[in-house]
Design a protein around this ligand. Sequence first.
Ligand code: TYD
Length: 140
Amino acid sequence: MESSIEEVKFLEFPQHGDERGHLVIVEGNQNVPFDIKRVFYIYGSEANVIRGNHANRKSKFVLINVAGQSKVRVKDGKGNEIIYCLNRPHTGIYLPVMIWKEMYEFSNDSVLLCLSSEHYDANEYIRDYDAYVKEVQANQ
Ligand code: TYD
């Protein structure tokens, strides 16, 4: 299974705001392009921390900074790289399988919501960048 960096998508979710505040709608197989099986969130990371540093063979993700901001660097293992700034609660990015990701520059108030297409399985994570590049080349 391989993915192209063009499949990484910036997403904008419908926002219903009125005098009571805002409500953002995120639905599996609707505006998220998979069935959501797992939700986790990351907060309390210092600005100089780099998280992620992995690619996934099976899991697809949508990342949303529901509070604060962070940056996400995505790589395809073929020399292409894009940096996204997640800084609005109604926007996110879609990450297909086999995309390398690094999350960094977390603001103090950052809450990074992560939706995944799969349950957690440590064996489908590739945590070594050189091994990831080799696997990308083997898949081509
Ligand atoms: P890790 O993958 O290092 O977090 P990130 O890449 O988002 O910075 O996960 C941190 C720890 O939590 C690690 O021991 C694995 C565990 N974990 C689970 O048990 N289930 C999960 O769904 C996730 C995302 C992590």
